[in-house]
Design a protein around this ligand. Structure first.
Ligand SMILES: [Fe+2]
Length: 332
């Protein structure tokens, strides 16, 4: 293992320490994908290859730099992410274009989530979320403690009225012995797999989402996590704001209860749905390569880290999360 990180400027810092979760009051959000040309001429130019990861989710793109896209190209990227759930760009220079340009591109999609606890590069702000593991700082396994498995399906930060949209995640350094992939599940495909009769029973339901997630409870304890929590209620089946398609909007570590249900009823339904979305039928698993940037649409895709890399190895990633609109219920 190299003794020094490849990207020391991106090591996580938090000079003022963690804060409590930050409320985001409702606002009228822009959805850049709505103004995109459906043919995507600024993104999918001659020489660009776009290959399905699976028929249901994911497109892998080669031959274009995100950093060179025009505003129209960035709009088209949001549309492609809405349509395909996840877009992985290979061989990108994105990690090397600097903080300001990275911010400018991510902010094209909306105001960015300010994470209350994750570290950010020195001289930047909590709009950068550095995901970092090495021999000193540990990894997701050490945060969560002993478990049989460590998959932790969720949608990021769904506990506010406006919810995350076109999210950027890029790699700076990959574990030497491999691993640390990220898995994604199409919540539209998960919805479509259900019977019409069962879907109908879900349409009128709402879920309660909380910032007191499993990770936060583990970090500060249940009592404090719930006392400081920010909460929101969203429809269980939402209408995607760009495609209009239904999405089974479950976020297993964050959406903890069905509004109006008794605890046993809620637990039974969420146990089924949370397990249902994990099926390989709906998902894909992306392997990180040097220069990979993954962009996904949080309204129709859940994800999980796969912390299977060796203890003490370095894995260094950065994420940015723009907010989109407040989700609306799906109705046929
Ligand atoms: Fe996440």
């Amino acid at each position: 293992m190299p003794s020094k990180p490849l990207y020391p400027a991106y090591l996580p810092t938090r000079p003022d320490g963690p804060s409590v979760p930050i409320a985001v009051p409702f606002f009228e959000a822009d959805e850049p994908a709505r103004r995109a040309n459906p043919a995507k001429p600024s993104l999918l130019k001659a020489g660009v290859t776009a290959i399905n990861v699976t028929p249901r989710i994911g497109t892998e793109i080669r031959g274009v730099q995100i950093s060179e896209l025009s505003k129209e190209g960035l709009d088209e990227l949001a549309l492609l992410a809405a349509e395909r759930g996840v877009v992985v760009f290979r061989d990108q220079d994105f990690a090397d274009i600097g903080f300001e340009r990275q911010l400018e591109i991510a902010r094209h999609y909306g105001p960015l989530h300010k994470h209350p606890t994750m570290g950010f590069p020195k001289g930047t702000s909590s709009e950068f979320h550095v995901v970092y593991a090495d021999e000193n700082s540990g990894n997701l396994r050490s945060l969560l403690g002993p478990r049989t498995t460590y998959d932790l399906w969720h949608i990021d930060q769904t506990f506010t009225a406006n919810i995350p949209s076109t999210t950027f995640f890029w790699v700076l350094e990959i574990p030497e012995a491999g691993g640390g992939d990220t898995a994604f599940a199409s919540l539209t495909a998960a919805y479509e797999a259900l019977s019409p009769a069962f879907r109908e029973t879900l349409h009128s339901l709402k879920l309660r989402h909380t910032s007191a997630s499993i990770g936060e409870v583990r970090r500060v304890g249940a009592e404090r996590a719930y006392a400081e929590a920010i909460n929101a209620t969203h429809p269980l089946v939402i209408k995607h704001p760009v495609t209009g398609k239904p999405s089974l909007f479950v976020s297993p570590t964050i959406a903890h209860a069905v509004d109006g249900f008794l605890p046993e009823e809620s637990e039974a339904l969420l146990s089924f749905l949370n397990n249902h979305i994990r099926s390989l039928d709906f998902g894909c698993r992306l392997k990180w390569e040097k220069g990979s940037v993954v962009i996904w649409d949080q309204r129709s895709v859940a994800h999980t880290a796969i912390p299977d890399f060796k203890d003490h190895e370095r894995r260094h990633m950065v994420r940015m999360i723009p907010y989109g609109v407040k989700p609306e219920p799906y109705s046929k």
